[in-house]
Ligand binder design. Structure first.
Ligand code: HEM
Length: 496
């Protein structure tokens, strides 16, 4: 079967399944309705169970903090009580009046409910991402065509293999509340919950980057962010500090031209390409390696806004791209992308047709190395809770699976450090991979222990290797290395 036929069948298969699910709903969803059932005209006073999530919403799978399948309905993680309680489950008669000495006060410190309510509220905010703060997410499914088998053994690329995904689209420069239609690069980050561990493809909608070496990332971002004295302009790339930097830094010109082209103001997240940007090293089942670049091709084609449209929309509806994504999914118009690979021989020089494959400021024209389709992703559900899912999702270019590895591209090398480092602060400690949206769908046995917000309750006494007290567990993979992640060796050029 050719790739086109496979793509068509895959899309129809996924959409068919979702349509079946939708048909089982008692009433068809009304796009844009704020709640799953119409509100009563009278003020609700009779206690009743909370409403279920809306039909367009999905949630992270019900895995334990250690990746085990609980088999539970993911909504059991939500609050389900008809009655108000404290955070430790004691039922409360009133949350409208603080406890006072006498009728007028003062308020008593003894009121633990008041203190708990105010204290928790005081700590509701976490730092926004240092870049890509403004974003929108969705759940989806990826289906492999099997066409990548010749170059990559990763299980999720196998023919007909279905892998759940979570995608976050973003702008780079603006704050969390900035407008969607700003002229900027867009992030396109995908978490694949594969049977071999999580694989994150943390890409952009532009195939090149401003800099060749990650050590310059703080410089380009400082230049692109609002001016430090007056903190303007918000979410804009074309301004004095940005022009100052890129005019003095010629390797930024390629990305700058893409930014200033129509690609800088997409019509919709559903109508953007995605690019892994870096070259990755992949390995097939026979051990042969190749170099590849990842591409997402939107089923709806690539479309842009005009500058005037973007400006007007920024004022009229700063949430334009978010709303477009949510509304499309809610109404069953599921966005889809085909994943493709540009494949290059893994030679010592790491060049293709004279183009340096380790230089992220260069593209390899698709006329020279055509993008070969390897699978299709369809986004099928909106998040149930923005903070829990879209805000707490933690992508990392180092989340790799057997058969895929990074290269010596000095930009990706810096990224391999940066993501975990920033997430330690952003998500408040080292256990953020235990947050539901980040949990892998495979068993975890990492010997990492303790730390803030530890959710796992580990057994045993010997979280170290070698040990005899815990029967020697956990063991290294040995013998059959199928499904085992190994760094793919590459020759390092001799120094001069
Ligand atoms: C050395 C260069 C780079 C560094 C140091 C860097 C660093 C970062 C940091 C610190 C974040 C915030 C992560 C978080 O708080 O969870 C981030 C987000 C992101 N970066 Fe990079 N980045 C670099 C280059 C790139 C490149 C080349 C791409 C695209 C190929 C990219 C795509 C993204 C995306 C899509 C996000 C948002 C992820 C999300 O939606 O949560 N970055 N980056």
């Amino acid at each position: 079967m050719d790739a086109k036929q496979l793509a068509k069948e895959t899309f129809e298969n996924v959409v068919g399944k979702i349509a079946e699910k939708a048909a089982k709903l008692a009433e068809p969803p009304v796009p844009g309705a704020p709640a799953p059932e119409p509100p009563a005209l009278e003020e609700p006073t009779e206690p009743r169970e909370p409403l279920p999530p809306r039909p367009d919403q999905g949630a992270p799978a019900a895995r334990t903090a250690t990746g085990n399948d609980t088999g539970a309905d993911p909504t059991t993680r939500a609050q389900h009580q008809a009655y108000l309680t404290t955070s430790t489950g004691a039922r409360l008669p009133d949350t409208d009046h603080s406890l006072k000495a006498g009728e007028r006060g003062p308020t008593l410190l003894q009121d633990h409910h008041l203190r708990e309510k105010i204290t928790h509220f005081d700590h509701e905010r976490i730092p926004e991402r240092v870049v890509h703060a403004r974003g929108a997410g969705a759940h989806g499914v990826f289906v492999g065509y099997g066409t990548a088998d010749t170059v990559c053994k990763a299980a999720f690329l196998g023919e007909g293999v279905e892998t759940p995904t979570f995608v976050r689209f973003s702008t780079v420069l603006g704050s969390r509340g900035s407008m969607d239609t700003a002229r900027d690069t867009r992030g396109f980050a995908t978490k694949f919950y594969t049977t071999e561990g999580n694989f994150d493809l943390v890409g952009n909608n532009i195939p090149v980057f401003f800099i060749q070496d990650g050590i310059k990332f703080p410089d380009v971002i400082h230049a692109g962010k609002p001016h430090p004295d007056r903190e303007i302009p918000q979410a804009q790339s074309a301004h004095d500090t940005f022009w100052d930097f890129v005019s003095l830094h010629t390797e930024a010109q390629h990305h700058t031209l893409w930014n200033m082209s129509d690609r800088g103001i997409p019509r919709s997240y559903r109508m953007m390409e995605g690019f892994g940007v870096h070259t990755f090293r992949v390995q097939n089942a026979d051990g042969a390696t190749s170099l590849v670049k990842f591409h997402w091709k939107p089923r709806l084609g690539v479309h842009s806004l005009t500058w005037e449209e973007a400006q007007l929309l920024g004022g009229l509806d700063p949430d334009f791209h978010r709303r477009d994504l949510y509304d499309a999914i809610e109404s069953g118009a599921y966005p889809a992308w085909e994943l493709g690979l540009q494949v290059f021989p893994d030679e010592e020089a790491q060049l293709f047709d004279g183009i340096d494959l380790l230089d992220p400021t260069k593209i390899v024209p698709e006329e020279l190395a055509p993008v070969q389709p390897v699978g299709m992703m369809v986004l099928t559900a909106n998040p149930t809770n923005f903070f829990a899912e879209t805000e707490q999702v933690a992508f990392h270019v180092g989340h790799l699976v057997p058969g895929i590895d990074a290269t010596d591209d000095p930009l990706v090398q810096a990224r391999l450090f940066s993501y975990v480092d920033t997430q330690l602060t952003r998500l408040g400690g080292p256990n953020f991979n235990q947050i539901p949206v980040n949990r892998p769908h495979t068993e975890v046995n990492d010997m990492l222990r303790d730390g803030f917000h530890q959710h796992a309750v580990h057994t045993g006494v010997a979280p170290y290797r070698p040990n005899s007290l815990d029967g020697g567990c956990p063991f290294h993979a040995d013998g059959d290395l199928e499904g085992v992640f190994e760094h793919l060796p590459a020759k390092v050029a001799a120094g001069t």
